[in-house]
Ligand binder design. Structure first.
Ligand code: CMP
Length: 141
C-alpha cells in the first residue's frame, strides 16, 4: 500500500554534512519528500517525540543526543514506505547493519545512528503529526 514514514537525519549525520547524500539515496530508492524541515529540538521536544521510550536506560542519552544540534525531518511517501525505509537504513545498531545501508555507511554507534524511521503505520501517523501541521505535508504530488 502507499504509505508514509517519518524520517529524521539525526545530529551526528547533519554535523558530518551527510544530509544531502542521505536524501539523495532515499530519492533514488523511490521515496517522495512530502514535507521537510531543519530544526534544533529542545530537550523537551525530543522527550515528547520519544515518549514511548521514557523509563528505558538509554532515554536520557537519546534525548540529549537528539537535542544537541539540528536535525532534518521529512515525511516520505512510497509504496510500502515503512518496511522499505527500514530496509534501506539497516539495523538500529550499525554494527549489525547490512552492507550498503545508510547506517552502515554513515552511523557510528547504536546511539548515534544517523537516521530514524517509523516502525509501523500508527507510529508514522503520530510522528508526522508531532512535527508537521497538515498544510506542511503537501496534499498533492
Ligand atoms: P530510533 O529509531 O531513533 O528510535 C529509538 C532510538 O533509541 C534508536 O533509534 C536508537 O538510536 C536509540 N537506542 C536504542 N538502543 C539504544 C542503546 N542501547 N543506547 C543508546 N541508544 C539506543
Amino acid at each position: 500500500a502507499l504509505e508514509r514514514t517519518l524520517s529524521i537525519v539525526k545530529p551526528d549525520a547533519v554535523e558530518k554534512n551527510h544530509t544531502g547524500a542521505i536524501i539523495a539515496r532515499l530519492e533514488q530508492e523511490g521515496f517522495i519528500v512530502r514535507a521537510m524541515k531543519r530544526v534544533h529540538l529542545t530537550r523537551a521536544e525530543a522527550e515528547g517525540f520519544y515518549a514511548e521510550h521514557r523509563g528505558r536506560g538509554f532515554f536520557d542519552e537519546l534525548c540529549a543526543f537528539m537535542s544537541r544540534s539540528p536535525i532534518v525531518i521529512m515525511a516520505l511517501e512510497r509504496e510500502d514506505a515503512i518496511a522499505k525505509y527500514r530496509e534501506v537504513i539497516g539495523a538500529t545498531n550499525p554494527a549489525n547493519a547490512a552492507e550498503g545501508t545508510i547506517r552502515k555507511l554513515y552511523a557510528a554507534s547504536v546511539g548515534e545512528n544517523a537516521v530514524h524511521g517509523s516502525d509501523k503505520p500508527e507510529s508514522a501517523a503520530r510522528e508526522i503529526a508531532y512535527f508537521f501541521a497538515g498544510y506542511e505535508v503537501s496534499p498533492r504530488a
